[in-house]
Design a protein around this ligand. Sequence first.
Ligand SMILES: [Zn+2]
Length: 105
Amino acid sequence: MSNSLPTQPETYAESIIHEEYDVPPGEDPVATCPYCERPFTSEQLATVHIGVRHTDVCSEAEREAYEEELEAAEHDLFTFHAKAAVSIFLIYFMFSFIYSLAWID
Ligand SMILES: [Zn+2]
């Protein structure tokens, strides 16, 4: 069984290429895609969108910005994993130490 999507977009029941976006009144998008007009709440999201959706038409600078954004995301993810691992380690030994106190009496 294959989980991959059909390669031809026209085989979808509805087109997912041309989308409409509702920006709530009073909110201005921070960035807008220059290729498909999609609004974004941050420059980072727009950079990643251009790198993923418009990789064949985007400029070299946009591609480099996308790759820098990916590296920054990987660094953030590694930092999160390191903090989570250290936290679990400390909690484990804190409970082990507290449990050992129960045997002192
Ligand atoms: Zn776009």
